[in-house]
Design a protein around this ligand. Structure first.
Ligand code: ATP
Ligand code: FE
Length: 355
């Protein structure tokens, strides 16, 4: 099975070709064209600019992905595309492009949930079998999922306000560091003293696996302003210490809640328990290390995709397309672009989440 995948739900335009031979997937190509420079002056992604850039870039992206993979449209079995959730203009650009390819080349069309793309990534990278526990932690989301099948996601809990990626991006903005904030804050944190400023550990004292990150933003803003009030500005070291304190709080909260989620999941007695993390924030080394420790303590296998497959990419969409294709799942030309599209069909599961 060879599938072309398209991704355009946020600020990266991406196309990839993934092939499955004898049960082993190979990423033949994975092209990501970012838009960081286009949004740099605005301190965040501007939806209208993103939508136009996707529409302009996507054909070129597809051509590159096919050329780098060395395949023609006639070698493909289907075209898969992110059909949501995300910025609607971008999602539409991808969906329209995929429909055009589907019609022109006579290929089946497969709509993929972007979050399913992230969540199924450990099956692409490590052949992980169901069920597994997943922490999906990205620019727009943060949730614990019990993944039992290609379409079987149960949400155990998640953030009640911001996503961690958003908090990293906001932190960078408040400190005058470049976007996307995650990598810049991580780099600064490396030389910082995490104990100098006090950051809260939101919801840690409450049972359950829900998380909160908006308080960290406020704490950062306050700490920054107190330093500025005292000294008239921030030194390089102040910035590093603020980043380190913020990141340490995120790591601790994610690790503590992962421990609880793992304990809930282990009550199900899975035969080969596994805990996987995915999404852009999973690229953070301190977070990966914190989560790995939690899994190790419980004798649970831990998986984190390579960095390039944590942040948005189309290989994960092509792979989710292969997963759906093998199950006979196809979409028609009426496939809608959806700004919102929760992964789980049933929330409030039987696992006693929230208790
Ligand atoms: P979603 O997947 O929820 O729709 P998205 O697609 O915009 O959102 P991703 O591309 O999965 O999000 O992740 C992007 C986010 O990951 C950004 O907020 C970015 O700051 C964050 N991120 C990337 N690298 C790192 C890192 N090293 N440390 C922390 N955060 C990071
Ligand atoms: Fe994403």
């Amino acid at each position: 099975i060879t599938i072309l995948g398209l991704e355009s739900s946020c600020d990266d335009t991406a196309a990839a070709v993934v092939r499955l031979t004898d049960g082993a997937p190979v990423i033949l190509s994975s092209v990501v064209e970012g838009q960081t420079a286009l949004h740099a002056d605005f301190g965040g992604v501007v939806p209208e600019i993103a939508a136009r850039a996707h529409a302009e870039q996507i054909d070129h992206c597809v051509e590159r992905a096919l050329a780098e993979a060395g395949v023609a449209l006639t070698d493909l079995d289907a075209v898969a595309v992110t059909a949501g959730p995300g910025l609607i203009g971008g999602v539409l650009a991808g969906v329209m492009c995929a429909k055009a390819i589907s019609v022109a080349a006579g290929l089946p069309l497969i709509g993929v949930n972007h979050l399913a793309g992230h969540a199924l990534t450990p099956r692409l990278t490590d052949g992980l079998s169901f069920p597994f526990l997943m922490l999906l932690v990205s620019g727009g989301h943060c949730q614990f999922l019990l993944v039992r099948g290609v379409e079987d996601f149960t949400r155990l809990g998640g953030t009640i306000d911001d996503a961690p990626g958003e908090a990293f991006d906001k932190t960078a903005k408040l400190l005058g560091l470049p976007q996307p904030g995650g990598p810049s804050v991580e780099a600064e944190a490396a030389t910082g003293d995490a104990t100098r400023f006090a950051f809260p550990r939101p919801l840690l004292d409450r049972p359950g696996v829900d998380l909160s990150f908006s308080g960290l933003k406020t704490a950062l803003l306050r700490a920054r302003d107190s330093v500025v009030a005292e000294k008239g500005g921030l030194t390089r070291q102040d910035r590093a210490d603020l980043c380190a304190g913020f990141q340490a709080a995120v790591v601790e909260v994610l690790a503590a809640k992962s421990a609880r989620a793992l304990d809930l999941y282990l009550q199900e007695r899975p035969r080969a328990p596994a805990f996987a993390v995915a999404g852009g924030v999973a690229a953070n080394r301190a977070i990966r290390a914190g989560l790995e420790g939690v899994a190790r303590d419980r004798g649970v296998r831990f998986l984190a995709p390579p960095l390039a497959l944590c942040t948005d990419n189309a290989a994960m969409i092509a792979w989710a397309g292969i997963e759906r294709f093998r199950l006979g799942l196809r979409d028609g030309l009426d496939l809608p672009a959806r700004p919102r599209w929760p992964l789980d069909r049933q929330s409030a599961p039987m696992l006693g989440a929230g208790k």
